[in-house]
Design a binder for this molecule. Structure first.
Ligand SMILES: CC(C)(COP(=O)(O)OP(=O)(O)OC[C@H]1O[C@@H](n2cnc3c(N)ncnc32)[C@H](O)[C@@H]1OP(=O)(O)O)[C@@H](O)C(=O)NCCC(=O)NCCS
Length: 331
């Protein structure tokens, strides 16, 4: 989508579980240590849900804050899109749980599965929906309880992921001279199906005692392969966005990358020749929260005044599938 589309991020919100899990916690039961985790990933601590906290409860909490910032009420929302790979249940969609909790009336609501690229996919879809003129205020949410699918005994993944949610209200604007989606990319290529995946629980490998015994209901990841692909894809995304949108890195106030690994993020920053303060990171505090990482960052930046009207902000994401997406936004 390369024609600028009028849209406004009229509110953002985030919800993080209260339970803080420092790296030292894993030293108690895994062959790992704080130094290794910090140096290889940039993660210092992450948040894990406690009893009663779920993907939908985090999504609703983040959404209420976003709606409040937008100066709206939940009844003004006319479409809900939830990006998640850790749904409230297999059926119905997490978006339906969110609708039930948040809204007094029926509204269209659906989930979108694009892993770590999920929120950028949701934002681009929300923008397209407000552009049709049929919707005024669309809630785009990234919400994950990664602990639901992470094997606590697998040191390659257990240390990496965290739980959380972020939301944005995407509102219609009449033209693209002010706030706008200036450029966007969404893509997918399914060759990642044996590199980063959950083997069982779907129609291909049904849940059975064997799959539970073999721990096939948990995420499996070839970290080194994902790492290489993520670095290359982020470089391509950055190059493509700058060239197709006709902007330079200097024009962009802030880049918000998916928080996969600090070294992956640093590599994208170096590619763009950006000073450290123009590439936002919070992976040290929350780990990799998959589809929730970008909207959590976005909310932190909006509330801290790091993004103001007229600023250009670039979102870039790469995740399981493989999927990737970017969005160049004028705030
Ligand atoms: C997972 C990741 C941090 C591992 O870091 P890495 O530098 O690539 O490490 P490697 O996988 O090459 O493993 C190096 C060694 O550390 C070991 N190791 C793996 N996890 C470890 C841990 N938690 N603590 C200590 N050692 C660990 C490995 O077993 C390996 O040991 P070996 O050399 O004896 O075989 C990194 O690959 C990564 O971040 N990948 C991308 C993940 C990602 O972004 N996933 C989400 C998709 S968006």
């Amino acid at each position: 989508m390369h024609k600028p589309l009028g849209m406004k991020i009229s509110g953002t919100g985030r919800a993080l579980p209260e339970r803080v899990v420092p790296n030292s916690e894993f030293e108690k039961y895994l062959e790992t240590n704080d130094k290794w985790i910090r140096e290889r990933t940039g993660i210092v601590e992450r948040r894990f849900v406690s009893e009663g906290e779920t993907t939908a409860s985090l999504a609703v909490d983040a959404s209420r804050k976003a709606i409040e910032m937008a100066g709206l009420t939940p009844d003004d929302i006319d479409l809900i899109i939830v990006a998640t790979i850790t749904p409230e249940a297999i059926l119905p969609s997490t978006a339906c749980f969110v609708q039930q909790e948040l809204c007094n009336k029926p509204v269209p609501a659906f989930d979108l599965v694009a892993a770590c690229s999920g929120f950028v996919y949701a934002l681009i879809n929300a923008t397209a929906m407000v552009q049709t003129g049929a919707y005024k205020h669309v809630l785009a949410i990234g919400a994950e309880v990664m602990t639901a699918i992470t094997d606590p005994e697998d040191r390659g993944t257990a240390i990496l992921f965290g739980d959380g949610a972020g939301a944005a209200v995407i509102s219609a604007t009449p033209d693209a001279d002010g706030p706008a989606l200036l450029h966007s990319t969404m893509s997918a290529e399914g060759s990642g199906d044996s590199v980063l995946f959950v083997p069982a629980g779907g129609s291909r490998v049904r849940t059975s005692q064997m799959t539970l015994d073999e721990r096939l209901h948990y995420v499996k990841m070839n970290g080194r392969e994902v790492y290489k692909r993520a670095v290359k894809r982020n470089h391509d995304l950055v190059d493509q966005t700058l060239s197709e949108a006709g902007v330079t890195a200097d024009d962009i106030k802030l880049v918000i990358p998916h928080q996969s690994n600090l070294r992956i993020v640093e590599s994208a920053r170096e590619r763009m020749g950006l000073a450290p303060d123009r590439m936002y990171t919070n992976i040290d505090r929350y780990g990799n929260t998959s589809g929730a990482s970008i909207p959590i960052c976005l909310d932190e930046c909006m509330r801290a005044g790091r993004l103001e009207p007229g600023d250009l902000c670039l979102l870039i994401a790469f995740g399981a599938g493989f999927t990737w997406a970017s969005a160049l936004i004028r705030i």
